[in-house]
Design a protein around this ligand. Structure first.
Ligand code: G1P
Length: 280
């Protein structure tokens, strides 16, 4: 629920799903996440108060979050890992392919990653993960993929996956970012997946099993290489960068925000003695 300028990060993620044509959203939440449900619900008292004040701009903004998608909620109960969270969606999803979007990761609305992943699932079948190339010292924070080329520049076949490997055990520099399109076969696999890294049921481990399964049983895992803009709002420094970048691109804020930011940095540097002739 941390705001990025004036909307919670999670709303950008729901907007991304809706933009890719997925308007039925099941939110897997945990304890003390009731504010999420309230945010995507109608707020009648607030709407009435804004209406009475004639504040149509704010009224439109709060209605927008409630009208965005058909929202459903499931509570995970115990935090037993991402794989367990995904399994909580089984009854809602049934026997259809579905997308998983992790709430901490934001993908720039101009970079149509999820559209492309849905297209790749249509072409290749199986499951599809989003991959990004990182420096070798970063792989241990992510799921990491062993990849093989296909005829397409941005699509790879995945032959193996490792959750948070030590750098020397990483099969490549390509890591999974928080976007997946899963075949419903993942549910049966998750049921048999033992706890892995951190004692948690890992989606990465279930996908590893799927990568080895024949396509007629819902197997096969593909990767879409993403070279666009991703914002990790789960990381303090990246969160701050994201807010500044988004504010700097907003036509209603940028004309005042950017000169302020420039002055702020200059004053900060001057106070620190940075940027003076001695630092050249
Ligand atoms: C999860 C996944 C990991 C993936 C990452 C992307 O890890 O388990 O494979 O690379 O999300 O953000 P977490 O960040 O929840 O530890």
């Amino acid at each position: 629920m941390l705001p990025v300028v004036d909307k919670p990060a999670i709303q950008y993620v729901v907007e991304e799903a809706v933009d890719a044509g997925l308007s039925d959203v099941l939110m897997i939440t945990g304890r003390s996440k009731r504010s999420i449900e309230d945010h995507f619900d109608r707020a009648y008292e607030l709407e009435e108060a804004l209406n009475a004040k004639g504040d149509s701009e704010r009224l439109a903004a709060i209605r927008e979050s409630a009208d965005l998608a058909t929202m459903h909620y499931v509570r995970q109960g115990e935090p037993r890992g991402l794989g367990h969270a995904v399994h909580c969606a089984r009854q809602h999803v049934g026997d259809e392919p579905f997308a998983v979007l992790l709430g901490d990761d934001m993908i720039d609305a101009r970079d149509k990653l999820l559209h492309r992943m849905i297209e790749v699932r249509g072409q290749y079948g199986g499951s599809v993960v989003a991959l990004m190339e990182v420096e070798p010292d970063q792989v241990s924070a992510y799921g990491c993929a062993a990849i093989e080329a296909t005829g397409e520049d941005d699509v790879v076949r995945i032959s193996d996956l490792v959750e948070k490997p030590a750098p020397e055990e990483a099969p490549s520099n390509w890591i999974i970012i928080g976007r997946y399109v899963c075949d419903p076969a993942v549910f049966d696999v998750l049921e048999k997946t033992p706890p892995g890294r951190g004692g948690e049921i890992q989606l990465t481990d279930a996908l590893r099993t799927l990568a080895d399964m024949p396509s007629e049983n819902g197997g096969g895992v593909y990767g879409v290489k993403f070279r666009g803009r991703r914002y990790d709002t789960g990381n303090k420094l990246e969160y701050l960068r994201t807010v500044v970048q988004f504010a700097a691109e907003r036509p209603d804020l940028a004309p005042e925000f950017i000169p302020w930011l420039r002055e702020f940095v200059q004053a900060h540097d001057a106070a620190d003695g940075v940027g003076g002739p001695g630092d050249a």
